[in-house]
Design a protein around this ligand. Structure first.
Ligand code: CP
Length: 317
């Protein structure tokens, strides 16, 4: 695997899972693989889990790590070609990216949706500039439309906790005060369908995700109906994805906040969320602190998914 931007890059899912469980038993089994290799992690946006887990994954593989926070201490970057650079941006991404490639062997990029232009976001303009111009293998640490390292970790977590071969996995929209990207729900839908689960997505009208990511999942607008018999509930907010309302908040209905009322109709479901989470907006205190909450095991598995992905990239060098 040279680049990792989605589930399509990971190859055989069962082999990826086998490697994840192998690494979980012995995180340092491949510590020689990354010797004298350098990972550059480039952050255009904030992070807690991705930053720590990916750095730890690189250390598991014996790599050196450089972290660049583009908005703190680096030159402000222009991303549009053809712009007369007479403003506050001192450097163009088209020089900065190949320069970054000179100092490392692998690049991880975090670049969220900007909500300025849907086409730019959905074409993954920033991530693709790294792929096209860095000369290095590139992996997504959450881009405009996907967060595959998170979904890989979520999938590992479900495999570790499921009690039936094909669990019912329900992803539910829940309210949030800010406009959030569709990256996590897009990826989660895609990975869960690829895993062969019974996947249901529930959200108010207007929050339909791009069918490119949700094909194979059922859409149910009645949240209570969607939750019936579910084995796993994945809470998440996202803003509107449609071209007409892209990035807008269309609904603030707090009855969608996931609490005991909804969990009571499930098959004693586990609760999942990628974190960070707004308590009592997305999920109540009781549910997230309850015995069926998997939010910490999911976060722990971020180290495992990142180690597998980096291992696969290093093996391709
Ligand atoms: N889930 C996740 O990616 O967390 P961070 O934004 O803190 O990295």
């Amino acid at each position: 695997m040279r680049h990792f931007t989605g589930v399509q890059d990971i190859g055989d899912l069962h082999e990826a899972l086998r490697q994840a469980l192998e690494i979980k038993k012995d995180r340092f089994k491949y510590v020689e693989l990354g010797r004298n290799k350098t990972l550059l992690m480039v952050f255009f946006n904030s992070s807690l889990r991705t930053r720590l887990s990916t750095q730890k994954a690189a250390m598991n593989l014996g790599m050196n790590v450089i972290v660049l926070d583009v908005n703190q201490g680096a030159w402000k970057l222009e991303t549009e070609r053809g712009v007369i650079m007479d403003g506050d941006k001192s450097e163009h991404l088209l020089e900065a990216v190949p320069v970054m490639g000179c100092y490392c062997d692998v690049i991880g990029v975090r670049s969220f949706a900007r909500f300025e232009n849907r086409a730019d976001d959905y074409e993954e303009k920033i991530l693709n500039q790294f792929i096209n111009y860095s000369g290095r293998p590139v992996f997504s640490m959450e881009a405009a439309t996907g967060h595959p390292l998170q979904s890989f970790a979520d999938w590992i977590t479900i495999e570790e906790h499921k009690t039936v071969v094909r669990p019912k996995v329900v992803m539910s929209w829940a309210p949030h005060p800010k406009s959030l990207p569709q990256a996590v729900p897009n990826s989660f839908a895609q990975w869960m369908v690829a895993a062969g689960y019974d996947v249901v997505i529930t959200h108010p009208h207007g929050y339909e995700l791009d069918t490119k990511f949700t094909a194979g999942a059922r859409i149910e607008y009645d949240q209570m109906k969607a939750f019936e018999g579910a084995d796993f509930i994945y809470g998440k907010n996202w803003s509107a994805a449609s071209p007409e309302h892209y990035g807008q908040i269309l609904n603030t209905d707090r009855s969608w906040t996931i609490g005991e009322r909804q969990m009571a109709v499930t098959n004693n479901a586990y609760f999942m969320h990628c974190l960070p989470v707004r308590r009592n907006m997305i999920v109540t205190d009781d549910v997230i602190e309850g015995p069926r909450s998997l939010v910490i095991p999911e976060a722990a598995n971020r180290e495992i998914s990142a180690t597998v992905v980096l291992k696969m990239i290093l093996e391709s060098l």
